[in-house]
Ligand binder design. Structure first.
Ligand code: BES
Ligand code: MN
Ligand code: ZN
Length: 480
């Protein structure tokens, strides 16, 4: 991300000036001045139906500079501002220098929200197009902004950078992100940012008893990796562990998915991608808390060595799982990731995974399911997600459903009954966290989007990066 943030007073050197407009065409900061010379303005806005409603956006060609009117409605909140900035970012992709007064709308940290929304709105995934059409925007200029607002906006752009990293990982074709390649990108991230890194190869996956990951990897030609990144700033007293599901491609294994069900399964590493993107931001902003990031990475394939329905795997913490459906693989690799995280007794574990179709059925495409063994931990993550602008909804960890995953031959089986699939998956994960306060985010829905709207594009959303960063920031603030 090469967006630079500048501040300027009038006259501004830019091709576009984006100004806020509230409901019933109530002009926000800078709008009247920008529109002063434009003849027939009201009639034009009547004709195109622009009233300043939330979601509206219209461009008025002016002398030298296009004025972009950004509708904010009458009940603007932080997320509304982020979304408006996203629409503005999308519209301004062909302009090198974009000025705005949107940071002056009287919302806390407005400059940060504007920069995040703007940068995300500009996103497109062009790695595999012969003729890409990336944004050409070089600078976002805060008109009459302060140095503090520029710093805020730079933080917002850094945050967006982590989300973009996650989106790129999710959108990348499965053949271009094998576990070994993914681990290599983690090495580069560590080099660049000063994170420390540990990578377990296929032999170490076996010798370190990562039996869930090893079991899923058995059917894949490309070898698996377990990647651990650590951020350990001086003076930090608290520790949070993030664990991300990293199924590079989920064919279902021997319990093969039908073709339609497989189409989007390159996105089954969106949890690991969110953890990766969050670590990039946490390292860049040097957030004052210890963070351990665990990413079990493998394909789920039906090769000749594949685990079979009926096989029993032993996870890192010693517990055994009977595999009855090889398509319920996420919980198998997370079992090892969570065990490893729990061994260092962090203050909090958050795992994030495109875990169950059932959760997507329950909450739809835009809301993550949140499960927890601890009310304070659940509330902490709910509040971080709210501040980050990501929607989560707490679901019950119904302990009386635990019997649904009782196995005749092992400590548990990897599938439950037909109903309550998101809950039985969460109950299996709970077996691997000891008594550590733990929150599980099922992002099967919001990990990808089927359409573009505000700052979201079709494809990988990078959902979770902002929540994980906010969780780390909150923990850092609470340990001062
Ligand atoms: N990766 C899928 C879950 C998923 C489905 C994510 C749709 C995003 C969109 C997961 O590994 C899976 O296959 N889950 C099965 C579990 C079942 C076999 C118990 C499911 O949800 O059908
Ligand atoms: Mn699966
Ligand atoms: Zn999966």
């Amino acid at each position: 991300m090469t967006l630079s943030i500048e501040m300027s007073s009038a006259p501004v050197d830019a091709e576009v000036l984006a100004v806020p407009v509230f409901a019933d065409r109530a002009w926000g900061t800078g709008a009247e001045e920008a529109l002063a010379d434009i003849e027939g303005l009201e009639a034009h806005l009547d004709a195109v139906g622009f009233s300043g409603k939330k979601g509206q956006l219209t461009a008025i060609p002016g002398s030298g500079m296009t004025v972009l009117l950004v509708g904010l409605g009458d009940d603007l909140d932080a997320e509304g501002l982020r979304q408006a900035a996203g629409r503005m970012g999308r519209r301004a992709r062909k302009s090198k220098r974009v000025a705005t007064t949107l940071h002056s709308v009287g919302i806390d940290e407005a400059a940060e929200l504007v920069a995040t929304g703007f940068a995300l709105g500009q996103y497109s995934f062009d790695e595999h197009r012969s003729k890409g059409k990336p944004s050409v925007t070089e600078a976002l200029i805060l008109v009459d902004g302060s140095a503090d607002e520029v710093a805020e906006a730079e933080r917002g752009a850094t945050l967006a950078g982590g989300v973009v990293t996650a989106r790129n990982l999710v959108n990348r074709p499965p053949g271009h992100k094998a576990p070994v390649a993914f681990a290599g990108w983690a090495e580069e991230l560590a080099q660049r940012t000063g994170l420390s890194i540990e990578v377990f190869d296929e032999d170490q996956i076996e010798s370190e008893r990562f039996g869930g990951l090893g079991g899923v990897a058995a059917g894949a030609h490309n070898p698996a990796r377990m990647v651990v990144l650590r951020h350990e700033p001086e003076g930090a007293t608290k520790t949070v562990a993030f664990v991300g599901k990293g199924i590079i491609f989920d064919s279902g294994g021997l319990s093969l998915k039908p073709p339609k069900g497989m189409e989007d399964m390159k996105t089954d590493m969106a949890g690991a991608a969110a953890v990766f993107g969050a670590m990039e931001v946490i390292a860049s902003l040097d957030v004052g808390v210890n963070v351990m990031a665990v990413m079990p990475l493998t394909e789920n394939m039906p090769g000749g060595g594949a685990m079979r329905p009926g096989d029993v795997l032993q996870a890192r913490n010693g517990k055994t799982i009977e595999v009855l459906n090889t398509d319920a693989e996420g919980r198998l690799v997370l079992a090892d990731g969570l065990s490893l995280a729990a061994e260092s007794s962090p203050d909090l574990i958050v795992d994030i995974a495109t875990l169950t179709g059932a959760c997507k059925v329950a909450l739809g495409p835009r809301i993550a399911g949140l499960f927890s063994n601890d009310d304070d931990a659940a509330e902490a993550v709910e509040s971080a997600a709210k501040r980050a602008g990501e929607r989560v909804w707490r679901m019950p960890l119904a302990r009386d459903y635990r019997s649904m995953i009782d196995s005749v031959v092992a400590d548990m089986k990897n599938t439950g009954e037909r109903w309550g699939g998101a809950i039985t998956a969460a109950l299996l994960l709970e077996e691997f966290v000891d008594d550590t306060p733990w929150v599980h985010l099922d992002i099967a829905g919001p990990g990808r989007s089927e359409s573009a709207r505000h700052y979201v594009q079709k494809g990988g959303t990078g959902f979770g990066v902002r929540t994980l960063v906010a969780v780390a920031q909150d923990l850092a603030a609470s340990s001062d």
